[in-house]
Design a protein around this ligand. Sequence first.
Ligand SMILES: [Zn+2]
Length: 93
Amino acid sequence: MASLIPCPHCGVRPKEEFSIRGDASPIRPAPSAGDDAWYNYVYVRDNPRGRVIEHWHHSAGCRRWLVVERDNAASHEVYRVVDAADHAREVAP
Ligand SMILES: [Zn+2]
């Protein structure tokens, strides 16, 4: 069975239309943050198993960046998909 991603702009689409960038959980540090904060933001990643949030690009559709919350282990269930701009507003301090 094909994995389907419900794009908030285009509707339900097959995952082959998307490119995955990676983990969407790191929060961008303030411009004045120290080198350690920027190093951790750019290079340090966990590799969790289970429920994750990731940046996906709808490269064969609306070309918007999305934040996809899904299970990366057994079920591959997609729990939530939002536009990355909306996600950034949700997590902004
Ligand atoms: Zn789309």
